[in-house]
Design a protein around this ligand. Structure first.
Ligand SMILES: *Cc1c(COP(=O)(O)O)cnc(C)c1O
Length: 375
């Protein structure tokens, strides 16, 4: 039996007719950038996330960059975030000329540990970017408290967590901005790159729309230096169809996680993903387990691949240890929980269309590899 890490084909098979009708309409209209399909998707996605405004953009990375740009964050400024995330979170900060300042994660949930944030606030700090990792919200309340106290902006990196809920509130509309990604492998994926910035403030929403199009308003008048961060109409057309199915797909991801939890319970050295008390809806973008010594993550990783089971490590090198960030001056040992997570975790397939047999095979293989890898 082969189990890929992700297979988008069965999902496409089921919605093919609707997608192809949308694409045919788009081809007939020859309206490829922004326009009515994008506006419709902005309205649908904002409503889904409980946000007042949505600005559809070219990628999740550009969504983060734009939120920072609209706030005027740049050289000399500092932005606090997690070193245990996809590179784009910190990359966006650096691209503005500002400096990422890392705070370690909570070892149980892999999200920013708010208790470590306040000590890092300096007069240069302008924003905090919590990351809702693997589909689970970061602990927002203490982060918002710190932000309010020090006059900081909160930008949620919600790329992995559309529809997740923190204390019964949808993430993405809790901070000042929420950034979504529609990269094909995310829970709501387009047919290419796309992203979105959510916010509740009309002034910010207006600025986002202007920044998305080179800071231009009206035509050929540039009040700001923005960029080309526009979403293609093709992506919006596809995403509009897919959004209607998202809750169903999320339910299947949750079922898969519950099944794995039951199948893998009690395996020594295997730590299953924990759900925080504040998480009232986990959208299970990834199912990440921790392989603790004396078992070997490397042996488990190799063994899964050999057995034909897709798996991946998110993320093997924390950002403070990336070569491009040596100039920040961090050392090994600075963020022990992020380093430990990078060394011990591995993600197994969780996509909605997994079969019962596939889940059983993955769990059985994983459990026996963990047991057999004790050194
Ligand atoms: C995917 C992702 C991004 C970037 O989104 P893109 O659409 O790929 O640019 C940012 N942050 C996190 C946590 C992500 O997982």
């Amino acid at each position: 039996m082969q189990v890929p890490m992700l297979d988008l084909k069965p999902q496409y098979e089921k919605i093919k007719d609707d997608i192809q009708r949308e694409i045919a309409e788009l081809c007939a209209s020859q309206m490829f950038i922004l326009g009515p399909k994008v506006e419709a998707f902005e309205q649908q996605a904002a409503a889904y996330c409980g946000a007042r405004f949505a600005c559809a953009v070219s990628s999740g990375s550009d969504a983060l960059l734009m939120a920072l740009m609209v706030e005027g964050i740049g050289p000399g400024d500092e932005v606090i975030t997690s070193p245990y995330t996809f590179f784009a979170t910190a990359g966006a900060i650096s691209r503005t000329g500002a400096t990422p300042v890392f705070a370690d994660i909570d070892p149980a949930y892999y999200t920013l540990n708010p208790a470590l944030v306040e000590a890092l606030v300096t007069p240069k700090t302008k924003a905090i970017i919590p990351v809702h990792l693997y589909g689970q919200p970061a602990d927002m309340d203490p982060i918002l408290d710190i932000a309010r106290k020090h006059g900081l902006i909160v930008i949620e990196d919600a790329a992995q967590a559309i529809g997740a809920e923190y204390k019964n509130r949808r993430i993405g509309a809790i901070g000042d901005y929420g950034c979504l990604s529609f990269f094909p492998s995310k829970n709501l994926g387009g047919f290419g790159d796309a992203g979105m910035v959510l916010c509740n403030c009309p002034e910010r929403a207006e600025k986002l729309a202007i920044f998305r199009n080179h800071g231009m308003m009206p035509k050929y008048h540039h009040r700001f230096i923005g960029g080309n961060f526009r979403m293609d109409a093709l992506q919006a057309a596809v995403l509009n169809v897919k959004l209607k199915h998202l809750d169903g797909w999320t339910a299947r991801r949750q079922q898969n996680a519950n099944d794995y939890n039951a199948l893998l319970a009690g395996v020594p050295e295997l730590v299953l993903p924990a759900v925080a008390a504040w998480t009232t809806r986990h959208v299970r973008n990834q199912y990440v387990v921790r392989v603790q010594a004396p078992a070997s993550r490397q042996a488990v990783w190799d063994g899964l691949k050999e057995a034909g089971i897709g798996c991946d490590v998110y993320y093997p090198i924390p950002l403070h240890r990336q070569p491009c960030y040596t100039s920040l001056g961090y050392r090994q040992g600075d963020f022990p929980e992020s380093e430990r997570a990078a060394a011990e975790t591995i993600a197994i397939p969780i996509y909605p269309e997994l079969t019962t047999e596939q889940k059983a095979f993955v769990a059985q293989t994983l459990a026996s590899l963990v047991k057999g890898s004790r050194s």
